[in-house]
Design a protein around this ligand. Structure first.
Ligand code: MTE
Length: 337
């Protein structure tokens, strides 16, 4: 059972964005070409195939999924890890929960209602590839076994908007230890669920479903790589990618794959969802760098959700000290796209 306890990062009601202000803000963003159908439009898949292609299939009126109980709910909020501090205020929960990229449920930001159709309990994660032994683990079992903590992280979308949220979860490194990869494992590949019955976006055949992302073993075992099971001191709401997503705060947000069902350790570098659609614009590394523009827009600044402010973007999204060394010997690669 949940009871309301104010957390150190919560803002009081008076300072939260009222709903009508939020929706007006969306109209302004839309008018500026930054709104629903794609701030800067990572949703270019449909456009590649021609503007006549419908960019949206109307979501069917699906009921919320009949989930089995979350056996880990009593663990929230997780213990804060004070190493991870912010240079800005935490984004208002109501705003972050209603402004989401989750193309499985539509190529716009208002997918939160449609995402409730996703059944997140029971939920199994398959672990395979270059590991001592493949296995499948249920999400509740996984959460119980992992060292749980809460971290305040910035999130920088490639579309040039940003937010800051308190993620609950566990270090990806702890998961890698559990998986026991072989020395032949060079990459970690992650895959989202595939179910066109609940995710109408997956009927959009011009996208290479399921959503796939990947990172090197060195990146995966870096301190910052984080597996997320909750946010704002509660289990993850479905639109954030429940019950398990990734958070890689030094990379553009599209690397932070949602609703993961499979984690494979591979010898070969995986090709990610956006990279497969448009390799000239989205690559494997996708590290944040204000000096390297997206081919169609600048990455020098970002719009901070909920504030109306545009602030300078930082190299590695402000996490250079933690991660720059990972790329010291990487040559001949496009690291910032
Ligand atoms: N994961 C899946 N499976 N599907 C998606 O469409 N969008 C990505 C990423 N993970 C996406 C995804 C993008 S572009 C961003 S910016 C973040 O999720 C958005 O996370 P948020 O909705 O929690 O802000």
């Amino acid at each position: 059972m949940f009871y309301k306890r104010r957390r150190r990062w919560e803002i009081d009601e008076a300072r939260a964005t009222p709903e009508e202000v939020f929706w007006n803000r969306r109209k302004v963003l839309a008018a500026a070409g930054l709104g629903a159908a794609g701030i800067g439009s990572i949703g270019l898949g449909a456009r590649l195939l021609g503007d006549s292609m419908p960019t949206e299939i109307a979501p069917p009126a699906l009921a919320a999924a009949d989930d089995e109980p979350d056996l880990t709910a009593q663990y929230y909020p997780f213990e804060p890890n004070d190493r991870f501090v912010l240079d800005r205020e935490v984004t208002d929960e109501a705003l972050a929960s209603t402004y989401n990229n989750f193309y499985e449920f539509g190529s716009h930001k208002r997918i939160s209602r449609a995402a409730q159709a996703l059944q997140i309990r029971p939920w199994d994660i398959k672990v395979d590839g270059e590991v001592e032994r493949s296995f499948t683990i249920g999400i509740d079992d996984l959460v119980k076994r992992m060292p749980r903590e809460e971290r305040l992280y910035r999130h920088r979308c490639v579309e040039a908007w940003s937010m800051a949220v308190p993620w609950s979860g566990f270090a990806l490194r702890a998961f890698v230890e559990l998986a026991r990869p072989l020395s032949s494992a060079k990459y970690v590949r992650m895959e989202t669920f595939l179910d066109t019955k609940v995710a109408s976006g997956q009927l959009q055949f011009w996208y290479p479903w399921p959503y796939v992302e990947g990172l090197t073993i060195e990146e995966a075992t870096n301190d910052l790589a984080f597996m997320v099971t909750g946010v704002y001191g509660k289990p993850l709401a479905k639109q954030f990618g429940a019950p398990l997503r990734l958070a890689l705060p030094w990379k553009y947000g599209f690397k932070s794959i949602k609703s993961i069902v499979r984690i494979s350790f591979t010898k070969e570098r995986p090709v990610s969802f956006w990279e497969e659609i448009q390799p000239a614009e989205y690559g494997f590394w996708a590290n944040v760098n204000p000096e390297v523009s997206h081919p169609r827009w600048s990455q020098a600044t970002e719009q901070v959700l909920g504030t109306g402010e545009r602030v300078p973007t930082l190299l590695f999204n402000g996490y250079a000290e933690e991660v720059a060394h990972l790329y010291a010997n990487v040559e001949g690669e496009q690291l910032y796209r």
